[in-house]
Ligand binder design. Structure first.
Ligand SMILES: C[S@@+](CC[C@H](N)C(=O)[O-])C[C@H]1O[C@@H](n2cnc3c(N)ncnc32)[C@H](O)[C@@H]1O
Length: 497
């Protein structure tokens, strides 16, 4: 690898070839794909590690990264390129759904088999996620589950795991933790919170890289629940597809996969059933592993699979590949691309769009569809830039503002998301989905009256015009499902407001 002379800062520049080599090495070993837009950030991380390790050039540093992802220097670099942001009770509604709807069924089934409930937090970072699971289990099934549940928490970062094992946290990590959990499970010591020993003991931390095989549980009893949230958003879609497939194979028949808020499996897997419980969307390994519980759940759709299930498990429903859409000749490229995207073939849609996007002034529809594809590939920032371009060109674009709101929700930038959805309802007061998102965002901020008002507005609009729902931005969920969700949210809030 030839060293590029010098950057304007006086430090070496990263040539195209060098960038590609580091990017590909990191992607191969960790799944994390560094996009061209983040090249300067990568260069900064490399220079920082070169300074620490005494490497004299990028080529020298590449050699020092050694042959395996477990090597000390690769781990140090990984700690710089990974995002380890996490906190207790992140996306609280998911833990409510776990407690209210998922656990009762699983605990009953496992206790009857005399086996422990098994939960895996994959990509657990500094431990807040698996410890939240442990607290929820301690609250809801202590003394009921026998034998006691087993929680495995894994991460590729040894540094993050060391923090997790200590179990000592700052206020930031507890920012969404309900008061009674703080009181029951933590001891305060000045600015820090020390997690109770009993909760710490419920979780086993172990290094595991999602790029390696076999997955934990794949050859033994399957997992009842896998949490993998906000981990694969940094991977390329084909990498995520492979990871999701392995999760599927490691789950017990009927087990559940919890993904992050923005991580729909819509384009990634046809294996799972999408289920709505308590207002959140979960993915279930199709099968007959457990007794059906009586709690309300809405089955949103079955994605049929193209290959046979893992051999050690009971046979699931028969596989049927999804046919490619038949396209009417002569249709505009962006409409045809839309059909591919809706059929779950975003890459093909993207190919069709490419010539449109190369035009000096690409049509708005093509730009927004491209933004949608980028968003689904985990490239939210690039998607936001495209939406902003559309909005600059057409300041009253409802679709542009709405998609940008969705992107900000994905990026967990709630302030910006609220701003965008407010603009949408200003431009089009009857926009039910924007009102639904405003309801969700107000509820997250504990602005209960505003949340109730927006859910009620969304409910009224959906009931009036349920046929007009744009299901793409409802994550593929139907108007009927959204109506049920809004109704149950309004009922819940009636008690609180
Ligand atoms: C943003 S944190 C998510 C933590 C937690 N799941 C949550 O949602 O709050 C992402 C974590 O994924 C881990 N990670 C990234 N690539 C990984 C891989 N290939 N195998 C295992 N963990 C990985 C990172 O080290 C980081 O701790």
């Amino acid at each position: 690898m030839r060293e590029h002379p010098v950057h304007e800062t006086g430090q070496p520049s990263l040539s195209d070839e060098q960038f590609r080599r580091f990017r590909d090495l990191i992607a191969r070993r960790s799944g994390i794909y560094i996009h061209a837009a983040d090249r300067d950030a990568l260069r900064g991380h490399l220079l920082a590690r070169m300074g620490q390790s005494g490497a004299t050039s990028f080529a020298d540093y590449l050699r020092r990264l050694g042959p395996s992802p477990e090597g000390e220097e690769f781990q140090a670099l990984l700690d710089l390129v990974t995002i380890q942001e996490t906190y207790f009770f992140r996306d609280q509604a998911q833990f409510m759904a776990l407690q209210r709807y998922v656990l009762p069924e699983l605990v009953k089934a496992r206790s009857r088999m005399g086996e422990p409930l098994r939960i895996w937090s994959a990509g657990c970072s500094t431990g807040e996620e698996p410890y939240t699971i442990a607290m929820v289990l301690a609250e809801s099934i202590a003394g009921v589950a026998s034998p006691p549940p087993y929680i495995l928490a894994t991460d590729v970062s040894q540094g993050a795991l060391a923090v997790a094992r200590r179990g000592i946290y700052g206020e930031r990590s507890l920012r969404s933790t309900p008061e009674h959990y703080r009181e029951r499970f933590f001891t305060r010591d000045g600015e820090t919170y020390i997690l109770n020993g009993a909760i710490k003991e419920m979780v086993e931390f172990r290094p595991f890289n999602l790029m390696s095989t076999p997955y934990p549980g794949a050859r033994g009893p399957g997992w009842d629940v896998i949490f993998c949230r906000n981990v694969t958003i940094y991977f390329k879609p084909e990498t995520t597809k492979a990871v999701v497939r392995r999760f599927y194979e490691s789950l017990w028949e009927g087990g559940y996969l919890f993904t992050g808020f923005s991580e729909s499996l819509r384009y990634l897997s046809r294996d799972f059933l999408t289920i709505q419980v308590g207002g959140v969307f979960l993915y279930q390994r199709s099968g007959v592993g457990y007794d059906r519980a009586s709690e309300p759940r809405i089955r949103v759709g079955r994605r049929r699979r193209a290959s046979a299930p893992a051999p050690q498990r009971t046979q699931g429903p028969r596989a049927e590949p999804v046919p490619e859409p038949k396209l009417a000749p002569g249709r505009e490229a962006d409409s045809r691309a839309r059909e591919f995207v809706d059929a779950g073939l975003p890459d093909k849609g993207g190919q069709l769009l490419a010539p449109e996007l190369e035009r000096s002034s690409p049509p708005k529809k093509a730009l927004l569809l491209h933004a949608e594809i980028l968003l689904n590939q985990g490239r939210a920032v690039e998607a936001a830039v495209l939406c902003e371009k559309v909005i600059r060109r057409e300041p009253l674009s409802v679709a542009g503002h709405y998609l940008l709101g969705i992107i900000h929700r994905t990026l967990e930038d709630d302030d910006q998301a609220v701003e965008m959805f407010k603009r949408v309802v200003y431009l089009r007061p009857q926009h039910a989905l924007a009102r639904f998102h405003l309801g969700e965002l107000h509820a997250r901020r504990n602005e209960l009256e505003a949340a109730r008002r927006e859910y009620a507005n969304a409910l009224r609009l959906l009931q009036e015009r349920s046929d007009s729902l744009d299901e793409r931005f409802a994550g593929g969920f139907s108007a009927g499902l959204l109506i049920d969700t809004c109704r149950s949210r309004v009922e819940d809030l009636d008690g609180d407001v």
